[in-house]
Design a protein around this ligand. Structure first.
Ligand code: SF4
Length: 381
C-alpha cells in the first residue's frame, strides 16, 4: 500500500481523536502535499518552535465495544470499516514520510477480538517502523482498554508517547456513557503502570503519556473533570489531558443529546494549563455553585478580577510564581521580566513592551510598576 492509498482509506475515519499539541495556532507546518479532503488524517505536534505534521491512523475502524458517544461503536452502519495489517500501515506511513508529507505517526484502533489482540497489532506496527524501516521520529501509540502490563512496557520501548482515553472523570460517569468499560481496571491502571515504569531506573523508559475526556455527555461538572486532571498531572505526570466537546453521532444512544458548547472545551484547556504550568491549585479556579467554570471569561482573568485587582503584583519585586498569576504573563514573559530586572527597574508599560511583553493592556489592571498603577497611553496610530 502506498501513502495515498492509506490516506484515502483513512479519509473521514481519523478526525475524531485529539492527539496533537496546538491545532489552533503556531508556525506553518511542512505537510503541504495533503489534499484538503484528507487533512482530517493529519494532526500537529509542537517540535521546538514549529508544528510537526503527524499522520493519525487506525489499525481498524471496526469495534466490538459499545461506547454510547463513539462513531466506531459496534453495529453502526454509517461508519466506513477499514482494516490494515501492520505491514500495510508501516509501509503506507513510510511512503508519506519519505515524500515529506508527515514526520510522525499517531496510531489508534477499534477493539477487535479483545484489547490484548488489538494491542498486539499496534505494537507490531510500531516494531516494523522502528526495526525494519529504522524510523526514529515521533510515534504515539494508543493503549487499548484491557492492555497487559508487558504490552505497556513494549509500547513505551517503541513510542515517543503513549495514551489511553479515560473518557469520563470517574467510574460513575463512565458507566453512563460506556457501560462496557471498567474505569479503574481497564483505563486508570495502565496509566499508573506507565508512571511506575517511567520511575523505574532499571526500565530506562521515558515515553510521555496523555489521556482524553469526553465533555458534556455524562452530566459531569467541570470540577469533576479538573479534579481528575489535577490528579493525573500531579500523581501520574501526564503531559497533557485532552478534552473533547461531545458531538452527537447518528445511530448512537446519545444521538439526541445536544452538542457541548466548544467554549466549555476551551475553558477546560485554559484551566488545565493553569494547573499544569502556572502553579494554580484546584481551589484557585473560579467554579460556580454548580461546579462549572464561567464561560464568558477565561479562568485566569476571573481569578485575577477577584484577587489581584485588590492586591496588585509589583513587577519589580514579584517572584516568578507571582508573575505567572498575572493575566497576559506566561512562562516566557515572566522569564523576560526577571532577566530585565537584573539590568534596571521597569517603570512603565512601554518598558514592558520594550522587553517583548505584548499583552500589556491585559497586564495593566493587575500590577504595580515601581509602586504605581500603570497608565496606558492611548496609541496615536
Ligand atoms: S472501544 Fe474505543 S473505538 Fe470502540 S466504541 Fe469504545 S471508544 Fe469507540
Amino acid at each position: 500500500m502506498d501513502g495515498h492509498d492509506l490516506l484515502s482509506a483513512l479519509a473521514g475515519t481519523a478526525d475524531f481523536e485529539a492527539a496533537g499539541d496546538a491545532p489552533r495556532s503556531g508556525p506553518p507546518a511542512r505537510a503541504r502535499r495533503i489534499p484538503p479532503d484528507l487533512s482530517g488524517c493529519i494532526t500537529h505536534v509542537i517540535a521546538g518552535s514549529r508544528k510537526m505534521p503527524v499522520l493519525k491512523a487506525m489499525t481498524t475502524t471496526a469495534c466490538e465495544r459499545d461506547c454510547f458517544y463513539c462513531p466506531f461503536r459496534a453495529g453502526r452502519s454509517a461508519m466506513k470499516r477499514v482494516r490494515f495489517t501492520p505491514d500495510e500501515l508501516a509501509s503506507g506511513f513510510m511512503a508519506l514520510y519519505r515524500a515529506g508529507a508527515v514526520e510522525g505517526m499517531f496510531l489508534s484502533s477499534g477493539v477487535v477480538r479483545g484489547g490484548v489482540t488489538t494491542q498486539d497489532a499496534i505494537l507490531d506496527t510500531g516494531a516494523i517502523l522502528r526495526r525494519k524501516y529504522g524510523f526514529r521520529g515521533y510515534l504515539h501509540l494508543k493503549l487499548m482498554p484491557g492492555v497487559e502490563r508487558d504490552q505497556v512496557r513494549e509500547a513505551m520501548r517503541l513510542a515517543t508517547r503513549v495514551s489511553i482515553n479515560l473518557e469520563a472523570p470517574n467510574a460513575t460517569r463512565l458507566a453512563r456513557i460506556a457501560p462496557g468499560k471498567q474505569f479503574e481496571q481497564e483505563l486508570l491502571t495502565p496509566l499508573r503502570w506507565v508512571e511506575e515504569l517511567r520511575r523505574d531506573p532499571d526500565a530506562g523508559l521515558r515515553a510521555s503519556s496523555t489521556t482524553e475526556l469526553v465533555v458534556g455527555a455524562a452530566g459531569e461538572s467541570d470540577l469533576e473533570l479538573l479534579s481528575i486532571t489535577d490528579h493525573l498531572f500531579r500523581q501520574l505526570r501526564l503531559a497533557r489531558v485532552y478534552y473533547s466537546a461531545f458531538r452527537p453521532v447518528p445511530e448512537t444512544p446519545l444521538a439526541d443529546l445536544p452538542a457541548t458548547d466548544p467554549l466549555r472545551e476551551l475553558r477546560l484547556y485554559q484551566a488545565s494549563f493553569l494547573l499544569r504550568d502556572y502553579g494554580f491549585e484546584l481551589e484557585d479556579l473560579p467554579f460556580t455553585g454548580q461546579g462549572d467554570l464561567p464561560l464568558h471569561v477565561d479562568p485566569k482573568r476571573a481569578w485575577a478580577d477577584q484577587i489581584l485587582v485588590h492586591q496588585p503584583v509589583e513587577i519589580n519585586r514579584a517572584s516568578r510564581a507571582e508573575l505567572l498569576r498575572v493575566p497576559g504573563i506566561g512562562p516566557q514573559s515572566a522569564d523576560r521580566i526577571l532577566k530585565a530586572r537584573v539590568e534596571g527597574r521597569l517603570r512603565t508599560l512601554a518598558d514592558l513592551r520594550h522587553i517583548g511583553i505584548r499583552a500589556v493592556q491585559r497586564v495593566a489592571p493587575y500590577v504595580l510598576l515601581d509602586g504605581r498603577r500603570p497608565v496606558e497611553q492611548p496609541r496615536l496610530f
